[in-house]
Design a binder for this molecule. Structure first.
Ligand SMILES: *Cc1c(COP(=O)(O)O)cnc(C)c1O
Length: 461
């Protein structure tokens, strides 16, 4: 019988993993099929020893993990973890508190409230805006667009929470073609449907064309309309012209929602804040803490300029719940009822970084992305396709789809760094996003060398 404490085993495994991150391969060492053979074949009749089970889990994941927390992981937009946020997250699980209802966890609710107020303030959004902590930007979109749906239909004397959507005036959505898939999924969840989307023509970086937006807004100006703008285009990192978008949309009574999953954090800096000018005039915002702020998964933040619509779309009541009227109940602003106190790691991150620390973290990602771009731009046969406004760059090799896909695949196999591919403007491109607080200049130099070496290896290697 293994008498060790499973918590001690977990701390040991966590330390080992954290220390290995900057040196380990970023790609999984073993394929999933091989990992499967290390798991017990069937559910044991007599349970495993707890510490032994922890060791087993740690060794299996260690052997086959895409190390998205590595400082040389540049795929999608993922983000690492600040040690203090991780530590706070451990405590959240330790307390195992009911994070949704103030009466069941007064301290947790108060900490969430402060974290939300701090985030709102850092992001320069209206002091009266309501907020909720979601599992990610996907669910933040659902919450924000539910508030939009409530508000637009209420203005047409339709109570969507009571009557549902059958027979309701049809909502239309104006959004750039190059938007994140989670926007469409949110529209599906809400019964608005993806057919409701009219794509707004955009410039090459993905910014909505203001003249075209104006034309579309005027075309059916009486339809309940949601405009979805982006703080950080999914490919280029570009920002919409929020002042113009909000002014035009509001002129026709439309609701402006901003997908700011990673880019909204530009607003928490002195140097990049200008990219978000006018974004404070929007009606709702969705962002993530688990990306740029480097808190552990999972945590997004939804904010809304219309607290009554936000609350009407989300809150429920029941005679068996003790609501404390004077306190803020976290679950009145999100989809989940019982939920973990996921704002606690955000509080820990913000409290320890402070304003200057958040500014330095975000600007550091921008600096590293620019360094990446500058080092690549001088190489023969390599093109950086976008202006690096924030933390993202698109690369292409030999101006060729197959060569680009092969270079990325060879890089993934090498494992020094990790990036993925996408299709953009009809081309295969490599997508790099710098989102980890630990990424150093040396990580970028090393990554550029490894990427160039991989690109130079024959495809059949
Ligand atoms: C990552 C991302 C999302 C989705 O966020 P999740 O936290 O994964 O739900 C939405 N929009 C953009 C622009 C993103 O980068």
């Amino acid at each position: 019988m293994d008498e060790r404490d499973p918590l001690e085993a977990a701390v040991t495994a966590a330390r080992r993993y954290l220390h290995s991150r900057s040196t380990r391969l970023v790609r999984p060492e073993l394929p999933g099929s091989e990992v499967g053979t290390r798991l017990p074949v069937r559910l044991p009749d007599d349970g495993l020893d707890p510490a032994g089970a922890i060791d087993l889990l740690a060794s299996i994941v260690d052997a086959s993990h895409l190390a998205t927390g590595s400082p040389r992981y540049f795929g999608w937009v993922v983000g690492g973890t600040l040690p203090v946020a991780l530590a706070a997250d451990w405590l959240v699980s330790t307390w195992d508190g009911v994070g949704g209802v103030s009466a069941a966890g007064p301290a947790l609710a108060r900490i969430e409230q402060q974290a939300g107020e701090w985030a709102r303030d850092l992001l320069g959004l209206p002091p009266g805006a309501s907020f909720g902590f979601t599992t990610g930007c996907q669910t933040a979109h659902v919450v924000a667009l539910a508030a939009a749906r409530h508000s637009l239909l209420e203005a047409r004397e339709w109570d969507v929470e009571r009557a549902g959507l059958f027979g309701a005036p049809r909502i239309r959505v104006l959004a750039a073609e190059d938007r994140h898939v989670t926007v469409d999924v949110a529209l599906r969840y809400l019964g608005v449907g993806t057919d409701a989307v009219t794509p707004v023509p955009a410039d090459p970086a993905g910014r909505m064309h203001i003249g075209e937006l104006e034309r579309l807004l005027r075309e059916h100006r009486d339809d309940p309309t949601i405009v979805i703008a982006q703080a950080g285009n999914i490919h280029t990192g570009a920002f919409d012209d929020f002042s113009a978008v909000c002014a035009l949309a509001h002129e026709t009574g439309a609701w402006v929602h901003v997908d700011g999953a990673f880019g909204l954090w530009a607003r928490a800096t002195g140097r990049l804040r200008h990219l978000t000018t006018g974004v404070e005039s929007a009606d709702s915002w969705a962002t993530d803490a688990h990306k740029v702020l480097n808190t552990p998964y999972d945590c997004g933040i939804v904010l809304c300029a219309h607290p009554a619509a936000h609350r009407a779309a989300m809150a429920g009541t029941g005679s068996y719940v003790t609501f404390d009227q004077a306190e803020r109940d976290p679950n009145a602003w999100v989809l989940e009822y019982s939920r973990r106190a996921r704002a606690v790691p955000v509080w820990a991150a913000l409290a320890t970084l402070g304003r200057r620390g958040v500014d330095a973290l975000v600007c550091g990602l921008h600096d590293r992305a620019r360094q990446f771009g500058e080092l690549l731009a001088n190489q023969p046969g390599v093109a950086v396709l976008n202006d690096i406004e924030f933390n993202r760059l698109l690369v292409r090799f030999a101006d060729d789809d197959a060569a680009t896909a092969a270079a990325v695949a060879a890089t993934q196999r090498d494992g020094t760094l990790w990036l993925g591919t996408s299709r953009w403007h009809g081309m295969t491109v490599g997508m790099i996003s710098v989102c980890n607080h630990e990424t150093t200049e040396a990580d970028i130099t090393r990554s550029v060398s490894a990427l160039l070496a991989a690109a130079a290896t024959p495809a059949d290697d």
